[in-house]
Design a protein around this ligand. Structure first.
Ligand code: CO8
Length: 374
């Protein structure tokens, strides 16, 4: 059977960025305004004051220093605390399609392909700006692609699950070349007013091209050796936004569960062993020793989490270049995180080198992809 390869990758990075310092300053202004507004209730014990956030905590707990966003002014305005994105008419390109086109262009260039060479698009990410028509079909039209496109959502694991789907589609013959795109606008579904999570997320879009090796022209190719996906239900990362909200009493009021919610400690404790076990099992099924891994392109949620997974998988401290992190610059970009690392830290590998792309998150879900440089 022909080898299937990743022949191109691309990252679109928004032009606006927020440092921890700027983020904490605006959060603390918001906290002061709220505490002033509810001074009486706080004094009578009816309400808890909002505590200040801290740059030191954020970096120590997560490894994050910066995040890119599609709109900075709204997020940093203590009277707004969310991005401000202009509503577009139905005839205009949607914002997720626009981000997708930018990332796709870079991936196609790397793969030395024209858009017409692609016959399937999967837009795979944590949240979609509308229910239908699919963002992927809009991207398909904008790129002038014949064939079919669909959206899929497995939260942080969307891109690796899409790699498994695309790999299977090419193997079965239902598609020849697949573009996987992950336009993540996490800034619109994180709760910037919640100190526990306001620092976690950023925006980005990644793209990958998958095709058979015998048709691939790229100078950078990674064979997909094997994929393995896992899910196990958990409420520890949850968002209750959805089309039924209008049917609930006061369902459309500003409520905490409309945005990202998590029990971070539990996620950390439960997901680290689940992911380490998945990777080790997957390697063993493919008769690959962890000693032979040149690179781990891990999901970018938390630096200590990645350090721990790396130690469990490799049986020792990962070497500096063995497990790159982009968290400090991009923060958690959900499904795009492991793909950014793959895109930015893979061209130094040599033919025969083996690595894994691994993502994990809400669901719980985890996707592992073993690749080998051609
Ligand atoms: N500044 C200062 N202090 C703070 C802050 C802050 N900003 N936030 C919390 N604290 C305080 C807490 O109140 C607590 O105080 P005390 O000890 O007095 O109670 C103390 O600091 C410690 O708090 P935590 O226990 O919460 O801190 P942790 O060390 O556990 O770190 C983390 C928190 C960083 C959240 C960590 O638990 C973590 O990273 N866990 C893993 C989370 C994870 O990977 N989640 C994956 C989610 S992503 C995903 O699946 C995709 C979902 C869809 C995308 C959504 C896009 C928006």
């Amino acid at each position: 059977m022909a080898k299937i390869v990743i022949s191109g990758s691309g990252v679109f990075t928004p032009s606006e960025a927020i440092s921890n310092k700027e983020l904490v300053k605006s959060f603390n202004q918001y906290a002061d305004l709220q505490n002033e507004k509810y001074a009486k209730e706080i004094a009578s014990g009816e309400r808890e004051p909002i505590t200040h956030s801290s740059e030191e905590f954020i970096f120590k707990a997560s490894g994050i220093k910066n995040r890119y966003v599609m709109n900075k002014s709204g997020v940093l305005d203590p009277k707004i605390m969310h991005p401000i994105l202009e509503k577009r008419s139905d005839d205009e390109l949607s914002i997720q399609a626009e981000m997708s086109l930018k990332a796709a262009k870079i991936a196609l260039e790397q793969a030395k392909l024209q858009s017409a060479d692609i016959d399937s698009i999967i837009v795979a990410c944590s949240n979609f700006e509308r229910a239908y028509p699919a963002i992927s079909i809009e991207v398909q039209q904008a790129l002038g692609i014949n064939g079919f496109a669909f959206d899929m959502n497995v939260a942080c694991s969307s891109a690796t699950f899409a790699i498994q789907v695309a790999n299977d589609m090419i193997k079965s013959g239902s598609a020849r070349r697949v573009l996987i795109i992950s336009p993540e606008i996490c800034s619109a579904h994180v709760e910037w007013r919640d100190r526990d999570c306001h620092f976690i997320f950023g925006d980005v879009c990644t793209a990958l091209v998958l095709e058979e090796e015998n048709s691939a022209k790229s100078s950078e190719q990674f064979e997909i050796i094997s994929t393995k996906c896992l899910t196990s239900f958990s409420n520890n990362i949850r968002n209750n936004s959805g089309f039924l909200r209008r049917t609930y009493r006061n369902g459309m009021d500003d409520q905490r569960d409309m945005q990202f919610m998590q029990n971070g400690r539990k996620v950390f404790k439960e997901v680290v062993p689940m992911v380490a076990k998945l990777i080790l099992q997957h390697l063993s099924e493919n008769n690959i020793s962890a000693n032979n891994l040149s690179r781990l392109w891990l999901h970018q949620a938390n630096k200590s989490m990645n350090d721990m997974i790396g130690r469990k998988v490799l049986g020792q401290e990962p070497k500096a270049d063995q497990q790159p992190n982009i968290l400090q610059e991009y923060a958690n970009t959900s499904s795009a995180g492991s793909i950014i690392t793959f895109s930015q830290y893979s061209d130094d590998l040599i033919s025969g080198d083996i690595g894994i792309i691994c993502s994990f998150g809400a669901g719980y879900s985890a996707g592992n992809v073993i690749v080998q440089k051609i």
